[in-house]
Design a protein around this ligand. Structure first.
Ligand SMILES: [Zn+2]
Length: 474
């Protein structure tokens, strides 16, 4: 995620809730994934394999009717279990048998007629409806209704406004998204277009599929009037760009020229971080000034406001770095945001240096000065501030940490660390502790004091070679 400078930060932290104990007899699934920062997010007791999301979207009213089947495996015997959804459920089935359900806030509890056995793979189907756009959370994103359609984009949550899920990055799954809407509208989602079928009566159904596991907040769909451009990068990765047709001409031109760098950036990163993890790439440029760009898997979303002052390749390089760091290697806990944002910040600087911009040292000296000016050194990188996991200091100091690591262990070793991280945890998860262990193993250096100074101490690291902080970084 990349915020505009003016985005107001209004995240709130919640108190931790206890986890349900594991038991041999069927019991209730936990209503939380156990994230200390967001105990309301996610659930326990099952592991989602696949989402089949079927939407009917009425553009004039913004009304969404959903019919989603979640295929999951029970990780314990379940008498009931929860899904996260903010729209109103209508009916529920488990393996085709009607099931009862209740709802409290965003928690939907489904009670199957027969308890589920541990290890059982089951299908839970929910129909639901509502106008998701009336629940917009401003800076947090979610579902944004537009005059020509609507789109889903938000972090750390957006999924609850358009499909029922286990809404936490810890549970990845594959997706099939089918949207039926006005046949004159374009529909773009993650992955690859499987089919587009004209139903007559002015309606059409578009079907998109993701090949690789994806976390819920990275799933997106954009419905509206888009100019679609397709092709394949020199390195062989197909791409789909969708540029909203209602953007002003100058912004549209700048946006188009900026996203057009996507294939070059992906091929460049592939040489440094290892093969691009997904089967396709691209991007969606939307019209509303939502205040952030987001690294939706295979298809990042950029609001036109990022291109108001001309070309902006920096934001493209940032969101594309997330395809490796954030999308393929995902967070296990939200307080580790630097593993996404620090990595994307540093990677975008690496691209800029490669693309004729300032060298890494010069860019990071600038960031050190910014840290001074914003009093950012008082912010620990990990854990990220509770209630403000997207604090600018997490981005800047997280990026500086990777540059300091480069200064400490050398460019070749630092890049080998990042490539090993991206490869070993591909389609999985990472934690700060796992990254520190890996960095020590690959470099052969004792980096404990280094990472303590950079990540966990609320003041500027001492200017020592051991801290990777030579004079040139000032
Ligand atoms: Zn980001």
């Amino acid at each position: 995620m990349r915020l505009t400078r003016f985005a107001a930060l209004a995240l709130t932290g919640l108190l931790a809730a206890p986890l349900a104990p594991a038991a041999a007899a069927p019991g209730p699934g936990s209503p939380t994934a156990g994230d200390p920062y967001y105990p309301g997010y996610g659930n326990g007791g099952y592991d989602v394999r696949h989402y089949a999301i079927d939407l009917a979207y009425d553009v004039p009213s913004g009304h969404l009717a959903g019919d989603t089947t979640v295929r999951a495996r029970a990780s314990r015997g379940l008498s009931r279990f929860n899904l996260d959804l903010e729209l109103r459920p209508r009916r529920a089935w488990v393996d085709g048998v009607p099931a009862s359900w209740s709802r409290q806030g965003r928690e939907v509890t489904v009670v199957p007629v027969e308890p589920l056995r541990r290890g059982q793979v089951f299908d839970v189907r929910l129909t639901y409806a509502g106008v998701p756009g009336d629940k917009g959370r401003g800076y947090l994103g979610g579902w944004t209704e537009t005059r020509d359609g609507g789109f889903a984009a938000g972090e750390p949550e957006a999924a609850t406004l358009w499909f029922p899920s286990n809404d936490h990055p810890v549970d990845k799954a594959r997706y099939d998204v089918r949207v039926t809407t006005d046949a004159t509208k374009d529909v773009v989602s993650n992955g690859t277009l499987v089919s587009r079928e004209d139903l007559g009566d002015g309606l059409a159904t578009s079907h998109w599929r993701t090949r690789d596991p994806m976390t819920t907040y990275l799933a997106t769909v954009a419905i509206g009037d888009y100019e679609i451009r397709e092709g394949t990068s020199p390195g062989g990765t197909p791409y789909v760009f969708a540029i909203n047709e209602h953007l002003g001409r100058a912004v549209r031109t700048s946006a188009t020229r900026s996203v057009a760098r996507t294939p070059d950036i992906i091929d460049f990163y592939s040489r440094i971080f290892g093969a691009y993890p997904f089967e396709t790439s691209g991007g969606i440029v939307v019209r509303p000034p939502i205040g952030f760009a987001l690294e939706n898997q295979t298809r990042p979303i950029y609001p036109g406001q990022f291109f108001t002052y001309g070309r902006n390749v920096g934001v493209i390089a940032h969101e594309l770095a997330h395809q490796w760091f954030g999308d393929s290697v995902s967070l296990r806990r939200w307080h580790d945001t630097w593993l996404n944002e620090g990595f994307a910040t540093w990677s975008a600087s690496l691209w800029a240096a490669h693309d004729g911009g300032a060298g890494l040292t010069r860019q990071f000296r600038r960031n050190v000065r910014l840290m001074d000016r914003t009093d950012g050194w008082r912010t620990k990188v990990e854990p990220a501030p509770r209630g403000d996991i997207f604090d600018g200091a997490v981005y800047r100091r997280g990026g500086l940490t990777l540059q300091a690591l480069r200064n400490r262990v050398g460019a070749t070793t630092q890049e080998r660390i990042l490539r090993t991280w991206a490869t070993r945890h591909r389609y999985g998860h990472g934690t700060t502790a796992a990254f520190v262990r890996l960095a020590e193993r690959v470099s052969g250096a004792d980096l404990g004091p280094f990472f303590r100074a950079w990540l966990h101490t609320p003041r500027e690291p001492a200017h020592t070679r051991a801290n990777g902080f030579p004079r040139s970084m000032r």
